[in-house]
Design a protein around this ligand. Structure first.
Ligand code: SAH
Length: 238
């Protein structure tokens, strides 16, 4: 990604440099325009949800924070003397993480030239998002297999978007001939910087566990949040 096409990174950089940022707007063909409060990308331990705290506490050994953003989780782990590395596709985010004293690199997790052996791979803030679409799950699990140590596991959060389709009587109106209902497209805008549209996957736990199994992983539900969100632990089936 080029810096001039990196709206979230620009917002992260502004907030890091000046302690404030303009509006980070999020568009989607499926929803009304929304906004991400940039300060939430800099949340500290006290501002984290029980799900995130649980994830941080489960981190062990050599840790890789994927799509680390401002590095909020990595920073907590680093302060706790954990061995943590972070990657992100946003050049500005990587700059900010490096300035915050983290070992951060500019990489796309799907890029096979990124190599390593990690005991914990962390994907947070709807970490399944970077998978983009159901059809990319196979590629995702291949990449995870290549990056995990024999005893390693993935900690990833996601949400079941079915609540968006709930009818008044409590039933769900989901068109099964349509794409999977958690496949969302987004575009971010910050000041005059308009990012490219990208796919972002929200996946319910059952569907995740089903695909995990078919690609040789087992999924464990380790925490359930308050709003259809959950934390999964995924490991290679021996
Ligand atoms: N985990 C952070 C940031 C979440 S936002 C937090 O919880 O605050 C998602 C981040 O993932 C963004 O910074 C984005 O640039 C990054 N990202 C998206 N696709 C990626 C990919 N394929 N590989 C690595 N990082 C990616």
């Amino acid at each position: 990604m080029e810096s001039n096409k990196d709206p979230m990174g620009a917002a992260i950089l502004d907030y890091h440099r000046y302690g404030k940022a303009s509006k980070l707007r999020v568009r989607s063909s499926q929803f009304e325009e929304d906004e991400i409060p940039v300060e939430t990308l800099f949340r500290d331990w006290n501002e984290m949800s029980p799900l995130e705290k649980k994830a941080i506490e489960l981190c062990q050994g050599k840790i890789l924070d994927v799509g680390a953003g401002s590095g909020c989780h990595s920073l907590i782990l680093h302060k706790r003397s954990k061995d943590v590395e972070a990657i992100d596709i946003s050049p500005n985010a990587v700059t900010v993480m490096q300035e915050r004293g983290l070992r951060a690199k500019l990489y796309d997790v799907f890029d096979p030239s990124f190599t390593g052996q990690y005991d914990t791979i962390l994907l947070l803030m709807n970490g399944s998002g970077i998978i983009g679409k159901i059809e990319r799950l196979e590629n995702f699990f291949q990449r995870m297999r290549a990056l995990l140590s024999p005893k390693g596991y993935i900690l990833m959060d996601s949400s079941d978007l079915k609540y968006l389709y709930e009818e008044e009587d409590g039933s769900y109106l989901i068109d099964i001939n349509d794409n999977y209902y958690g496949e969302i497209d987004y575009q971010m805008i910050y000041k005059s910087i308009k990012g490219a549209s990208f796919d972002w996957l929200y996946i319910d736990f059952e569907t995740l566990a089903y695909y995990a199994k078919s690609y040789g992983f087992q999924a464990e539900l380790v925490h359930q949040g308050e709003h259809y969100d959950y934390l999964a632990k995924l490991s290679v089936v021996k």
